[in-house]
Design a protein around this ligand. Structure first.
Ligand code: DQQ
Length: 481
């Protein structure tokens, strides 16, 4: 047994002995969480031979971030995930540091070459110089992974890039492999581009894109991909060591000059809890995004239950006819729908409560803004019997803003808000799952994702308005796995 195999076995044994030890009051029903310990970024998202693979930043030994492993789960439908053995564990002089310092197998991606699955990741050791190098892992069976003997395959950042040099995302284009790595170029956040014929030897092509001075001094988890007739670049910017909000830029990639030029950028999500998203192209040709449904600035009350971190539901990304980016829950989530309550042309004044109660719920509601005369209206979800606890989703016609107020939601605070295009209709599509609320507005024009930690009895839904509210269609589903 080599050291990697020993470290994997140690982690798997620990997981087996320690999962389900503590009761998880906050456990979501259909969102992915780790079997025990800490989870952050999604890594290595791919569909290979029909099976979806989700790898993730994982510290099994405690509910705090620590020496990074790659957890692994598989799914045949993007909804039901099966835990697999740990894929990568720190074990080598390029990813195993000293006790007490930060080290491990940092974020990265997966590709299929000649029918085989490969993982690319960053070896990180705080005390080393350079502290971050790029590495390759191979597998025979898609479950057990070996680190490549040529590691590190990129052993230092090229001149002019900073020592922050991580999170390789790899793809192929016209028989060449390309990799973007998150970094800083002369003090500006940047995505460095490399190319290769074999995934082992890489040539530096320069920064494919960088900040204009306003988008952070380091870009984590870059991801560059075609989307319809354009390209998109995703990254999670840092400024002065603080973590910002994940962005998507839509523009054009020129493989001759090896430069990406953006037309515009927007935040991927207007909530507080989304970071380090990664995308992949599935066998149906969909570009699907999954993100860590938390943020470095988030509170993690579940640590008391021995776990922390969850993934968002998978979201399909598309450009609409005007070239604006839209995020929609993948259609497979419909298989979660159990009991349904349905209304057509519902008008209410002041308040309306559907019969359905629960903490794993989907709500789809379209409001007729031309006949609604309430200036503000919305709904409270995860509401307690005494009305003291709730997450409030509200539309304000004067400002065309949707807000999600967390101040009474349990353990968290703040108001997230998103401005939407004025229209005759407002469509709110909400996924609630015990400790999260993901809100898709107007077919994914804006998304607001938040973690909330209400009591397990706060299960009511209540619509409100000052005066008349016209609901064209309302569907409420209990969601079951
Ligand atoms: N998380 C990883 C890094 C990445 C950061 C470490 C983003 O690779 O830059 O756990 O959340």
């Amino acid at each position: 047994m080599n050291n990697h195999e020993r470290q994997i076995e140690k982690a798997n044994t620990f997981i087996k002995e320690n999962s389900n030890q503590k009761e998880r009051d906050y456990q979501p029903t259909y969102h992915f969480t780790a079997p025990v310990g800490w989870l952050n970024d999604p890594n290595g998202l791919i569909q290979h031979k029909g099976i979806y693979h989700l790898f993730y930043q994982f510290h099994p030994y405690s509910a705090d971030w620590g020496p990074m492993h790659w957890g692994h789960a598989t799914s045949s439908d993007l909804v039901h995930w099966e835990h697999q053995p740990v894929a990568l564990a720190p074990s080598e002089d390029y990813d195993l540091g000293n006790p007490g310092e930060g080290y491990g197998c940092f974020s990265g991606s997966a590709v299929v070459k000649d029918g085989d699955l490969f993982l690319l990741y960053t070896g990180h050791i705080d005390s080393k110089n350079p502290k971050e190098v790029q590495c390759l892992a191979t597998t025979q069976d898609g479950i057990h992974f070996e680190k490549h003997p040529n590691n590190p395959i990129i052993d230092k950042p090229p001149h002019s890039l900073s020592n922050d040099f991580r999170d390789p995302k790899v793809w192929s284009y016209e028989d060449t492999w390309y990799m973007v790595v998150g970094t800083s170029h002369n003090g500006d956040g940047a995505a460095a581009l490399f190319q290769s014929d074999d995934l082992i030897n890489w040539e530096y092509c320069g920064p494919v894109a960088k900040s204009d001075g306003t988008l952070g001094d380091m870009w984590e988890c870059p991801d560059l991909f075609p989307i319809q007739n354009k390209h998109a670049l995703i990254f999670s910017p840092m400024k002065d060591e603080g973590h910002g909000k994940a962005l998507i830029q839509v523009g054009d990639m020129d493989y001759d000059t090896k430069r990406f030029t953006k037309d515009y950028d927007v935040e991927i999500d207007q909530g507080f809890d989304l970071y380090a998203p990664q995308t992949f192209l599935d066998e149906k040709g969909r570009r699907i995004l999954i993100a860590w449904m938390d943020h470095w600035a988030s509170k993690f009350p579940t640590k008391e239950e021995g776990w922390a971190g969850a993934m968002t539901i998978p979201r399909e990304i598309k450009l609409n006819n005007e070239g604006n980016v839209r995020f929609q829950p993948v259609e497979e989530l419909k298989m979660l729908r159990a009991k349904e309550e349905q209304y057509h042309e519902l008008n209410f004044t002041k308040s309306f409560s559907p019969e359905t109660k629960g903490q794993s719920i989907e709500i789809k509601s379209s409001f007729d803004l031309s006949t609604t005369n309430s200036e503000t209206f919305g709904l409270k979800v995860l509401k307690s019997d005494d009305g003291e606890e709730f997450t409030e989703i509200k539309y304000d016609a004067k400002t065309s803003k949707v807000t999600v107020d967390l101040n009474k939601a349990g353990h968290v605070s703040g108001i997230a808000s998103a401005e939407v295009e004025p229209s005759e209709e407002l469509l709110l599509h909400i996924y609630i799952d015990r400790c999260s609320v993901e809100l898709f507005i107007n077919n994914g024009e804006k998304v607001i994702t938040n973690r909330v930690y209400p009591k397990n009895t706060s299960n009511q839904i209540e619509f409100f308005g000052e005066e008349n509210v016209a609901v064209k269609e309302l569907n409420v589903w209990e969601l079951k796995k």
